[in-house]
Structures are given as structure tokens and as C-alpha cells.
Design a protein around this ligand. Structure first.
Ligand SMILES: [Ca+2]
Length: 197
């Protein structure tokens, strides 16, 4: 074999070696990419999961604050007498301008409307005024479309003394995996009305 021929063969071998990836190299590359993608997918999954929990906690907090502020406003405005701020069965309606049924007991669906009594957290919250738009007429009905889905709320009013009540609001929410979380807020209410002082 001449020198030229030897050189040509060597060049051919060199060219063949550079022609694409081997199967082993491709498998290794796919394996590394797969490991990387699994990590990314796991991180995204965690981000979505914890993002959902964070949203639920934020919403539950705002529901608790809103309910506490509403009860304070009912007291401050004298819309309800202090002795009327109670759960169903515990309301004292003697010598009051209007009868109040009391806040619902146990965890209840939340409504987008306060219902005919104008107070959120009572048993009439899901009542719809019907086609005539007037409460107390024959076409009133419980409207499931008013339910604020994903949350349930419990209001517990406890008399600590004649002039002090404990109001506890609990909200249950549903996480991405169907797990129910629960957040509680407590306030203490005295019988003084800030607006009338
Ligand atoms: Ca109501």
C-alpha cells in the first residue's frame, strides 16, 4: 500500500467517526434530559400546589375579616342589639326594633347574597327573591347558583359575660388534591358602639 492510499483510508476512518452520535451517546443524552425534565415537572407541580394553597389561605382570611367586620358594623350601627348577636336559638329579641334569627350553626355553604335579613352567615342566605324580586312572596326559592363554591364557614358566638362576646369564624377550603384546610379567626366584642359615642 502506497502512502497516498494509507492516508486516504485514514481520512475515511476519521470522517466515519464524526458521522452523528452513537446509540449509547443518544441514550445517555435522553436519560440526562429526562432527569432534568422530571425535576422541572416536579418543581412546577409544587409551585401549582402551593400557589393554590396560598390563594385559598388568602381567600379564607378575607372571608374571616369580612365576617368579623360585618358583625362589628351590625353592633356599631345598632342594626342589631348587642344581645341579638348570637347563633340560632340564642338570640334575645326582647324589646328590639327588629327580630333577628341568629347566625347559622355548624359549617354552612357561603352565599353571594345575604338574603332577606340582610345579614351574611344566617340560614336565609341562599334564598332568592324569585322573578318578582321581592322577598316573602310565593316565588322565593333556595338558589344553589348563589353558593360560593370551595369554601364553608362557621360562625360561633359565645357569651363571656353580659357585656362581652367571643366571635369565632372558621373557614374550610378545598386544596388542589381535595384536601380540606381550615383557618380560624377570633374577635372579642363588647357592647359599646363606637359610632354613637
Ligand atoms: Ca342572611
Amino acid at each position: 500500500m502506497s502512502n497516498d492510499a494509507s492516508q486516504k483510508t485514514s481520512n475515511n476512518k476519521f470522517i466515519k467517526k464524526q458521522n452523528g452520535f452513537s446509540l449509547v451517546e443518544a441514550v445517555v443524552a435522553i436519560f440526562i434530559m429526562t432527569v432534568g425534565l422530571i425535576g422541572t415537572a416536579a418543581a412546577l407541580g409544587y409551585a401549582i400546589h402551593y400557589g393554590s394553597i396560598s390563594r385559598n389561605v388568602t381567600s379564607a382570611k378575607s372571608i374571616i375579616f369580612a365576617q368579623i367586620e360585618e358583625i362589628e358594623a351590625l353592633r356599631n350601627s345598632r342594626r342589631l342589639d348587642f344581645k341579638q348577636i348570637a347563633n340560632v336559638g340564642g338570640v334575645d329579641n326582647t324589646n328590639t326594633p327588629a327580630v333577628f334569627g341568629g347566625f347559622s350553626t355548624g359549617f354552612k355553604e357561603m352565599s353571594l347574597n345575604p338574603g332577606p335579613d340582610g345579614v351574611n352567615g344566617t340560614d336565609d342566605d341562599l334564598l332568592d327573591a324569585g322573578a318578582d324580586g321581592i322577598y316573602g312572596t310565593a316565588d322565593d326559592f333556595e338558589n344553589p347558583a348563589l353558593v360560593r363554591s370551595g369554601y364553608r364557614r362557621q360562625i360561633t358566638v359565645t357569651n363571656l359575660s353580659g357585656s362581652m362576646k367571643k366571635v369565632e369564624i372558621r373557614v374550610r377550603y378545598f386544596g388542589s388534591g381535595g384536601v380540606v384546610g381550615e383557618l380560624a379567626g377570633v374577635c372579642y366584642l363588647n357592647d359599646e358602639s363606637r359610632l354613637t359615642r
